[in-house]
Design a protein around this ligand. Structure first.
Ligand code: DGY
Length: 321
């Protein structure tokens, strides 16, 4: 390649992870405040050799065909925002950042689960609003974890990390996965394989960890929600559209399930208006990987992937089949 390659980075990322990119390439960071619109991306990208984007950027066929970047490096493990088939057809490598956000995402699933079952957000508001008049035997009672059943849907890296933590809480764990895990892994993590109906019917907490694919669209729909226990909680840190949000709102309003902890939504950053008044729901703005440690490592990997492809080497994590 003649001269330094030009890389468009759509959002400002942790500086510590970006240094190598600045060293090797001419870098334009679109903005710290917002992602580019589809039109802005379409106008800008043809001027660059590579794109380092986030999950908020829609990388569709038209953009790929017009701009033909040498690599699309996404700053995420999920890549449902990118038309992989089109990228593959045009010979454009797409890379992601798997592995490094496993713990952070598992931790937020647990944070949401514990926040909603122990009513932490409600309790915080209660204290701040001056409503606390002293210890009381029946005040803000919640649900205990020990001895209960966790149902994990999608048992890849993150699902397994969630299962590992469930063991420490002395819980039983059912799981459902595209492929059944090795017996040794099931034993190590204390996992019992179950079909969807069994898992939904028996779990006290259902936690979603599947990638978003057409098959996963609305996997948790009205029917699935009705199969859950009325005392059960749903935790979603995967992708919003794995759950039919309108059906979830209805189930929560009708008391068909006990509560939900949600980090992801169908039309981010919009949140279904029906969720907002509900006390039995804890909402977070897609914070699964939002720790300094993880976001820095994600930047390092996204940068490494970009540089490697630009230098004609194999990236660390290629998504194309
Ligand atoms: C991802 O990387 O896919 C996560 O959703 C970001 O937090």
């Amino acid at each position: 390649m003649n001269g330094r390659p030009r890389v468009l980075v759509t959002r400002a990322l942790p500086e510590a992870g970006m240094n190598k990119l600045f060293l090797h390439c001419d870098v334009t960071v679109f903005s710290a405040e917002r992602q580019p619109t589809a039109e802005e991306l379409k106008a800008l990208l043809p001027q660059y050799d590579a794109l380092l984007c986030t999950l908020m950027d829609k990388i569709d066929r038209e953009l790929l065909q017009t701009a033909r970047p040498k690599v699309v490096s996404t700053y995420a493990v999920g890549y449902d925002n990118i038309d992989i088939a089109a990228a593959t057809e045009f010979g454009i490598p797409v890379t992601n950042t798997p592995g490094v956000l496993t713990n952070a995402t598992a931790e937020i699933a647990w944070a949401l689960l514990m926040a909603v079952t122990r009513r932490i957000v409600e309790a915080d508001h209660f204290v701040r609003q001056g409503k606390w008049s002293g210890w009381s035997p029946l005040m803000l009672l919640g649900t205990e974890l020990a001895g209960k059943t966790l149902g994990i849907i999608g048992c890849g890296r993150i699902g397994l990390a969630v299962a590992k933590r469930a063991k420490a809480f002395e819980m039983n764990t059912l799981y459902l996965n595209r492929r059944r895990l090795e017996e040794a892994t099931e034993n190590e993590y204390g996992l019992t394989y179950a079909d969807l109906d069994t898992l939904l019917g028996q779990a006290d907490f259902v936690s979603l960890h599947v990638p978003y694919t057409p098959e996963a669209h609305h996997l948790i729909n009205r029917d699935a929600l009705r199969k859950m226990k009325r005392s059960a909680f749903l935790i979603n840190t995967a992708r919003g559209a794995v759950v039919d949000e309108a059906a979830l709102v209805e189930a929560l309003q009708m008391g068909e399930i006990a509560g939900a902890g949600l980090d992801v939504f169908e039309a981010e950053p919009q949140v279904h208006a029906g969720l907002l008044p509900l006390q039995n729901v804890v909402l977070a703005p897609h914070l699964g990987s939002a720790t300094w440690e993880t976001r820095t490592k994600m930047a390092e990997i996204a940068v490494e992937n970009t540089i490697k492809v630009l230098q004609g080497e194999h990236p660390i994590s290629l998504v194309n089949p």
